[in-house]
Design a protein around this ligand. Structure first.
Ligand code: FES
Length: 152
């Protein structure tokens, strides 16, 4: 039995097959594996007897769930009001273009994953982005390359 299948089975054995258990199951899977892969969703679908589409729809609604694995470093771009009006979206678009990934995805070399957030709690520094636990404020597009170079 594959490691991932064994891990899922260990989680599922603690639940009955009621649809109401979907969110708690997804939360445990997210904690254990860091993301919800298609293989995992298929397994949960079989257990709860609900479609994969429905599971995907429910999980997409909550930002706590990821569908792709994390990279070695995690980039979070703030798109809260303060950051949005100060071009946070341009930072995100630049990162998506330069890293050739979309929000919620991980680069091919697994170096970075990219996400957006509603507020990082330091609006006076807008626009703000975070790499792992490091906060960068008043970021401009030209600084992005320099920031990313710190993270190998
Ligand atoms: S809106 Fe970006 S830090 Fe608050």
């Amino acid at each position: 039995m594959k490691k991932i299948e064994k891990g899922i089975n260990e989680i599922l054995k603690n639940f009955s097959d009621e649809e109401g258990n979907l969110i708690p199951i997804l939360q445990e899977v997210q904690t254990k594996f860091g993301h919800l892969s298609p293989e995992i969703i298929e397994k949960i679908s079989g257990f709860l007897k609900i479609t994969e589409n429905k599971i995907f729809g429910v999980a997409s609604f909550y930002s706590q769930f990821r569908f792709n694995p994390r990279g070695k470093h995690s980039i979070t771009v703030c798109l809260g009001t303060a950051c949005h009006v100060r071009n946070g979206e341009v930072l995100l678009n630049t990162l998506e273009r330069d890293l050739e990934i979309g929000t919620g995805e991980c680069t091919v070399d697994k170096r970075f994953d990219l996400d957006r957030v509603a507020c990082l709690g330091c609006c006076a520094l807008a626009p703000v982005l975070k790499v792992d636990d490091d906060i960068y404020g008043n970021v401009t597009v030209v600084q992005i390359k320099e920031i990313l170079e710190k993270y190998e």
